[in-house]
Write a protein that binds this ligand. Sequence first.
Ligand code: NAI
Length: 305
Amino acid sequence: MTDIRFDGKVAIVTGAGGGLGRCHALELARRGAKVVVNDLGAAMDGSGGSSEAANDVVKEIEALGGEAFANGSSVSDTAGVQKMIDDTMAKWGRIDIIIANAGILRDKSFSKMTLQDIELVMDVHLMGSFKPIKAAWDIMKEQNYGRIVVTTSSTGLYGNFGQANYGAAKLGLVGMMNTLKIEGAKNNIKINAVCPVAATRMTEGLMPPEVLAQLKPEYVTPGVMNLVKEDAPTGMVLSAGAGAFSMAEIVETNGAFVGQGDALTAEAVAAKWDQITDKSVQTHFEMGSAHGQNIFRLLSEAAKS
Ligand code: NAI
């Protein structure tokens, strides 16, 4: 098995002052990358801020013999993010890896959730991933090299009570990934998503201590290293927690052609509902156009029968 190394590579990890981001930043540095440690140092609801957390991780990296600098910008601050990209280019001249990891929570049942709770979470998770990735995109294209990871969540993929804002932002990131994997392909830019489960301040109190003890954030990071390595996959959602890993995909059932014109009624759809929702055959489409082709497959199969 060849070692996974990042010598000569420059990585930006957002929200790297603690939790999962800190583990990703330390591991990248251990494996030779120069690392920008971004963290606003905010409380879990996004309030406040201090550069201490990012500075501490930089010190940890330096103690390992690695190179790093701290950036205290909020990922949702457009000018601050641009400055982080400019500072990185001025110091190291390239950007090979971005791990968009910064996050906050504003959990409330939907009745109690304010529009501000929704906008803030969208701003940090969704826009806060778009902004650094967008600012580095043309640099990666020019380099003909880029490895990007966004951080999704089981809430985005499957749902969770009290997290409509968070879930929307987290699945939005998968939507962004699905298109950037296509647009980045010819310039060797690969983009993947990690769906972690880890004991951090975000999950404190949500699970019993003996379960949390299994969920060290360090146990997610080895999976993430595989998403940013030289021969990384692209367009993949990797679930990771407690040292276990799996792949998540959006799939469609085989489906059914119901009819057209007068034959296509709500009742005719209802009559084929079992076939439409039959899960015995399920397919993941590599891109949107394959979804359209599938519709025409059903049409031509129906024409033959
Ligand atoms: P954490 O709260 O320990 O780490 C998040 C970091 O992001 C903090 O250091 C915080 O200061 C920073 N941050 C917050 N807002 C920021 C902003 N505007 N700009 C820059 N930095 C900011 O939480 P954890 O668990 O390490 O979360 C990391 C990512 O993983 C988040 O995106 C989270 O949604 C995601 N995630 C975590 C799960 C878990 O089980 N811990 C489950 C699913 C997803």
